[in-house]
Design a binder for this molecule. Sequence first.
Ligand code: NAD
Ligand code: MG
Length: 403
Amino acid sequence: MQQLVILGATGSIGLSTLKVVSEHSERYQVLALTADTNVAGMLELCNRFQPKYVVMANVEAAAELRQRLPSHLKGIEVLSGQAALAEIAGHGDADIVMAAIVGAAGLLPTLAAVRAGKTVLLANKEALIMAGSLFMQEVRHSGARLLPVDSEHNAIFQCLPASLQQAVSRHQLQTDSLSSHSISKLMLTASGGPFLQRPLHEFATITPAEAIAHPNWDMGQKISVDSATMMNKGLEFIEAHWLFQCPVDAIEVVIHPQSVIHSMVQYTDGSVIAQLGQPDMCTPIAYALAYPERISTSVPALDFSRMSELSFSGADKKRFPNLYLAIEACRYGQAATTALNAANEVAVAAFLQHRLAFNDIARLNEQVLEKMATNSAKDLEHILAIDEQARQLAQQQLGALSK
Ligand code: NAD
Ligand code: MG
């Protein structure tokens, strides 16, 4: 029986993880669940999964949850705050930690799980965008095992030879590991989001409701907006760079609106190996949970007789400037990607609150990136300082843009 901690249990990835887990209760037991403020959601999860521990990042939410737990669940220990999140992520009884907090808030708890040598299932891509080099060094030194959950990276992982999978998950990669395994390119597929066909002159008036209505995937709000601007693919580009130690020029983004191929690996003999499936996160979650075995999910098989077309194209710079900003940041290095991530979190939150136009998300990101790209980020302290500085700068620019 493996003991599981889910960071971000009330979110889209957290709930999909619990769905897979509930279909395999002979293999997995829920040790701890965490969330930020969603008391009602957590209460329901406590009823269904009866974890030993719950952490609410928000102190008032924890107090409310303690009060609302029915008497037969009063044995659940409810903790709160950042230190408790990190403590639970590295808990001595935990075997597997699902890192599914959204945004920069996920970095420290995910790092705590890595430092404690856990098997870490990584959905929280922002942790790698902010601290890729440091994060991967910690994986190597702590003996943790890192398995990608993001569907594209999970697909690429599935398309690698077994020896290379081992090296990726333990971060025992050299700078030439991909080429020495005859890999010439990693190809990230992207749906293009809801605005792939929208006339560019209408972009200025795109509303949050339109942006979070993704055509293929059902996800949290932040990643849905990132998918609409294609910043999500930009963040995934950086994620692939760190996870697979892949040179920037060997990563290609391909728009594939049907989201059937989840990503591909191109080999030097001309072969391209792809992973296909329904756009349902239960598949990559199940793969990461059971690796190197496979377990069943309720995701229906692909029906090729009903699939009329798989199409592909490149990503237009005018339509998706955020993608290219992220690639530029990846070339600059750690400070640039940290600053871009922070600016984007501020921009997306402001857009969702109707305080920033859709087009201005990229403008804000570009302004912050321009000012901060050449900073240096050597250690965690630097990284957190750059994150904070970029947020402040973004807030200032926000005032100017929203006028
Ligand atoms: P979500 O918004 O649905 O859920 C986020 C979870 O994090 C919630 O449980 C919330 O309570 C918790 N949380 C939010 N802010 C917090 C804070 N400050 N401190 C502690 N906990 C906090 O998000 P999601 O769509 O599930 O995405 C989670 C992560 O997985 C993101 O990094 C996203 O990029 C990544 N991801 C998601 C999908 C998807 O299909 N949803 C796919 C690939 C990768
Ligand atoms: Mg993805």
